[in-house]
Every structure is written in C-alpha cells, then in structure tokens.
Design a protein around this ligand. Structure first.
Ligand SMILES: [Zn+2]
Length: 163
C-alpha cells in the first residue's frame, strides 16, 4: 500500500481558519434565527454531526465535526470523514468490531438527514462553499476497508473449519 498524499484537508482542525474559510457564524454578534451552515453560512441547514474514527493498534482517535451544515457542505464533510474512517478505522481490535462500524452508521444517518434538505441558498458574503468532491465509492482509499473484511472472513472461516 502506498502512503496517501499528505494533502491538507479543510476538515483537519490544524487547517481550520488558516485560509479565510472561517465560518460566518463565528462573526461577533451574528446569530441566525434559523440554523445556517457553519461552513458557508447558507440556509437551510441541518443540525448534524459527522464523525471519523482512526484505530492503530492500541491508539484510537475520535474526531467529530458539529454542524449545522447545508446539503452541499454536509455532503462534503460526510464523504471526507467516511473515506478517512474506511481506510484508517480498522487497525485496532475495538475499532474493528465496534467504533468504525458505529462511525459509518452514524455518518450514514447524518447523510440521509442532509440529503433530505433542499439545495442550499447562496453562500454568505465572503464565505466559500466546500466542494462536495467525489462520492465515497469513487475514492480509492475507501477500498482499504476490503482488507479487514477479507481478514474477518478468513478468521471466521478458520474458526469454523478448525472447530
Ligand atoms: Zn454550506
């Protein structure tokens, strides 16, 4: 497996706010009556949180980004964090059997809530909308998830045939 390109992601906490992608909701005194997207300021937005999970041997990392998000930005965040979980989420025992499946189901429910929203209005003045990007099934890194799946099938088959 080749290492993925170390590209800064707009969803990494270290990257947030570095390039003026500051959410309009953070402007002092600006408080919308109806929830607006925290990334682009558009409405309508749904109050959902999106999660990512990383597991590596005994180390586990939980990452959660709270909304509200509009349909476009929310879809972008779901795709990014779901793909991350699909290739980084399997490499510790608890992650494999519990945390990553939970994270994927959580994001699936969040994406269904977002998909139910109408298309967002224009972004707030000065805010940039995050590109939705490719769907998860067209991101090669998502297919790393096949490795633990094959391992699980091999493990269970071994248990049955050696019993
Ligand atoms: Zn948005």
């Amino acid at each position: 497996m080749t290492a993925p390109a170390a590209q800064p992601s707009p969803f990494d906490p270290a990257y947030a706010g570095q390039d003026g992608v500051q959410a309009p909701a953070h402007h002092p005194g600006w408080q919308p009556a109806v929830p607006a997207c925290r990334l682009c300021g558009a409405q309508p937005a749904a109050a959902v949180a999106v999660r990512a999970h990383q597991g590596l041997l005994l180390m586990m990392r939980f990452h959660k980004i709270d909304g509200p998000f509009c349909r476009s930005c929310g879809t972008a965040v779901v795709r990014e964090l779901t793909t991350k979980t699909l290739w980084q989420g399997w490499w510790s025992p608890f992650s494999l059997v519990f945390f990553s499946p939970f994270t994927l189901v959580w994001n699936l429910l969040a994406s269904r809530k977002l998909a139910a929203l109408p298309a967002p209005g224009p972004p707030a003045l000065g805010a940039a909308r995050v590109q939705e990007g490719k769907p998860v099934h067209r991101r090669p890194m998502a297919y790393v998830a096949i490795v633990p799946l094959i391992w699980a099938v091999w493990f269970i088959t071994g248990m049955i045939t050696h019993a």
